[in-house]
Structures are given as structure tokens and as C-alpha cells.
Design a protein around this ligand. Structure first.
Ligand code: ATP
Ligand code: MG
Length: 396
């Protein structure tokens, strides 16, 4: 029996004239992500991408794992393929889903006939297949309202497909179709979640990380690399740009009022990220800020930070509670890495009493007290790139 994956479009199905552009992005991504696990035929029809193994060693379990992290699909089915005849559909359903059906319980058959040349309509297919399975598996009983097992039959253009329902898909819009942005990624819980959320809306991402050696360790950087590879599991490739930030932090500490330290540091991050973002062809910056979470995330502090950015700053977590952020972090496999106890450059230098209502005039005046622009230019020049690939991802 031949198995196949059916990847069903999410919002992309609703696109009008632009739909082909989204589809070709999705096809390209699926082909690229499966390139090293065997030969598959990947093709599209009827708002679905088909993933068909072409050889024995093509690993469908691994393929499923991979495609569940590709954005743009609202549901995935792992299905048996059969001929478009009632006999073949009945025999395939009994054979493919036999282990489950033998256990008994309530069931229904849900049929969809998109090939209108097929002689039976959806209702009739459902009834016929249901009757066949009831005879073949005496432990079954019909429940249309609340079945334990739903046997799905899809009669499509190329063949008929039998499966027992939807597997989770990543949702969202295909990577890259919304452009590109740079996520400011720390070793915390929030920024990887912010990255995931904006990637899900179709942004291709690169990461910018500010590191402060020797105050921050190699292990702290390694944690950011690991978190970035979680993001790369969704976006494909991910360039992580590591900016040496120690000199700037020391200079701010030496020359400015302590209570303004955090806001000055964040503005400096924004200016540097803007320059790097432009070089990387990004149209926006992304942060993991959430309103009122810490002193630098009050409205006046955010206003000061925004004023230093030269491109839009997207803050997908701005209205979320920490517990909601943690839920997503766990779901995407970042949480266990985020809670490793390595220090971040922000925590190392945090003032005891940061100003929660900084005024932009005071902040700008403090910045003028020393030569911040040349320190920032040096930091940009000292930036190192690390490329991450979804292959690095632990659940590969
Ligand atoms: P996170 O959990 O993502 O570290 P946080 O709650 O600790 O966030 P802050 O430390 O105030 O919050 O940082 C807010 C945002 O600023 C982060 O979500 C991230 O986008 C960015 N940021 C903070 N520190 C760094 C860093 N060292 N490198 C890059 N971006 C950073
Ligand atoms: Mg942080």
C-alpha cells in the first residue's frame, strides 16, 4: 500500500491573483526541506501540496516531522493512496486503518468528492464505505455526531485517498512571502517566541544578538545559537549576527546616569540593528517586548527605544501575558533551552533602579556626553555571522 502526505493550504487558499506566487514558495520550501531524506515527488493541485515517496528509503516519518514546521499549511493528512473505485476505497480503508478499526468504538465516514466524474456523491461514498466497514469490523458502531474514529475518504483528481483525520500543521503564511526582518534575539524566553510568531506571518528572518564578553560567557552564546536553530527549524536557514557590545555598555555605564542605563543600551541596540538590518535587506526589526513586563517595557521607555530605530519595530508579544508566551515557547521546543541559567548582557549591567518614565530629551542629552556613534560603528564592524540551518535542529 502506498502512503502519501497531503498538505492543505491555510490562508493561502483564499488568495486571488497572487496565489501562484505563494504556492511556488511553498513548493520550493517543501522540496528543499525534504532534499536529504530520500526522493519524493512534490506537486500541487486543488489547494494541496502532495508529498509522494518515490523510493523505499524515502522516510515518510521524517518527512512528516519536517513539513509540520513549514508555514502556510492549515492541516496535514497522512493517507493511503488507492484507485478511484468503491471496491478499492473500501479495501484500502479496511487494510490501512484496520488496526484502529479492529479495536472498535464509534465511527463515521466523511467523504469528499472533488472529482465530480466519480459516479457516487459524497453522501453515497460515506454510506457505502461505512456499511462495508461495519460488516468487516463488528466492534464498530456508527455515530455521526461524536465519533471516536473518523474515516476520511477524498476522491481527488489523481486518485482516492483514505486517512483518519487531520494532523497538526504550522499554520501561518509561507516563509519569505512577507519579506525579511531581523529579530533581536537574547537567550531569554520571549525573543525566540517573537521570532516564531513573525516567521509564522511569512517573514524570512535573520537574528541579531548582542554579546558582552567576558561578562557573558561562551555558553551564553551557545544558548542563543541553540535557540536560533529552533527558529531555523521553522524558517529554514537563519543567519545569526553576533555584535560585540561590551565597549558600548562600559562606556554608557561610565558616562551616563545609572537610571538611564537600560534605555540608552536599548537605543544603541536599535541603531546598530537598523544598520545591520539594512545590510541584510530587512524591512523591520522584531523584539520580544511585552508591555509592562520590565522597566524598559513601559510606554515612555518604548517610545524612547522606538525613536532610535530607523525601521518599523514589530513587537508581537506586546499584549501577551508571560504564561501565554511560555505556552508557545514550550510548544515550539524553545523553553527548555531558554531556562538554562546563563547570563545575558542586559542582566549583567542592569541598574538597581531603572527609570520607568524616561524623557527623550534627557536620554538624548546623556547620549551626547560621549562618542557613542564611533563605538556603535566599531560594534557593527566587529559583527560575526553564524549560519544556522534547519538540519541542525535537534528534532531532525
Ligand atoms: P527575552 O526573554 O527575550 O530575553 P526579556 O523579557 O528578558 O526578553 P529584555 O531583556 O528587556 O526582556 O529584552 C527585551 C527584548 O530586547 C528581547 O526580547 C530581545 O528582543 C531584545 N534583547 C534583549 N537583550 C538582547 C541581546 N543580548 N541581544 C539581542 N536582543 C536582545
Ligand atoms: Mg532578555
Amino acid at each position: 500500500m502506498k502512503e502519501i502526505l497531503l498538505l492543505k493550504y491555510g490562508e493561502v487558499a483564499l488568495k486571488g491573483l497572487n496565489k501562484p506566487a505563494f504556492e511556488s514558495a511553498m513548493l520550493k520550501t517543501v522540496r528543499r526541506r525534504l532534499a536529504d531524506i530520500g526522493e519524493f515527488r512534490v506537486y500541487k493541485a486543488q489547494s494541496t501540496i502532495y508529498v509522494e515517496p518515490l523510493e523505499e528509503k524515502a522516510d515518510l516519518d521524517a518527512a512528516l516531522c519536517r513539513v509540520q514546521r513549514i508555514f502556510g499549511f492549515s492541516a496535514i493528512n497522512r493517507a493511503a493512496v488507492c484507485e478511484k473505485s468503491l471496491e478499492s476505497i473500501c479495501a484500502t480503508a479496511a487494510d490501512y486503518l484496520g488496526d484502529r478499526l479492529r479495536q472498535g468504538g464509534s465511527f463515521k465516514v466523511s467523504a469528499k468528492r472533488s472529482d465530480k466524474r466519480f459516479p457516487l456523491n459524497s453522501m453515497e461514498i460515506g454510506r457505502e464505505v461505512g456499511a462495508y466497514l461495519l460488516v468487516a469490523f463488528p466492534g464498530l458502531r456508527v455515530s455521526m455526531a461524536d465519533p471516536e474514529i473518523t474515516v476520511v475518504v477524498e476522491v481527488r483528481d489523481f486518485a482516492a485517498y483514505v486517512h483518519c483525520g487531520k494532523l497538526p500543521a504550522a499554520g501561518g503564511m509561507p516563509t519569505g512571502t512577507s519579506g525579511r526582518a531581523a529579530v533581536l534575539i537574547s537567550g531569554g524566553i520571549d525573543s525566540p517566541v517573537a521570532a516564531y510568531m513573525m516567521a509564522r506571518r511569512g517573514l524570512d528572518l535573520c537574528g541579531i544578538h548582542f554579546m558582552s564578553p567576558p561578562y557573558t560567557s561562551e555558553r551564553a552564546l551557545d544558548k542563543v545559537v541553540q535557540l536560533s536553530s529552533v527558529v531555523a527549524g521553522y524558517t529554514g536557514n537563519f543567519a545569526l549576527l553576533c555584535v560585540p557590545f561590551t565597549d558600548i555598555q562600559l562606556a554608557i555605564g561610565k558616562n551616563c546616569p545609572e537610571e538611564l542605563f537600560t534605555v540608552l543600551m536599548r537605543r544603541s541596540m536599535m541603531r546598530i540593528a537598523t544598520i545591520i538590518g539594512r545590510r541584510e535587506h530587512c524591512g523591520a526589526l522584531i523584539t520580544g517586548e511585552s508591555l509592562a513586563q520590565v522597566a524598559s517595557q513601559t510606554l515612555p521607555a518604548i517610545a524612547c527605544t522606538d525613536a532610535a530605530a530607523g525601521m518599523p519595530v514589530l513587537r508581537p508579544l506586546i499584549g501577551m501575558d508571560k504564561s501565554e508566551i511560555v505556552d508557545i515557547s514550550r510548544r515550539i521546543g524553545a523553553f527548555e533551552i531558554s531556562i538554562l541559567p546563563y547570563e545575558d548582557c542586559c542582566t549583567v549591567f542592569t541598574p538597581k533602579h531603572p527609570k520607568t518614565r524616561p524623557r527623550l530629551e534627557d536620554v538624548i542629552k546623556a547620549e551626547e556626553a560621549f562618542d557613542l556613534p564611533s563605538l556603535e560603528a566599531a560594534a557593527v564592524e566587529g559583527t560575526e555571522v553564524r549560519m544556522l540551518h534547519f538540519f541542525d535542529e535537534p528534532w531532525r
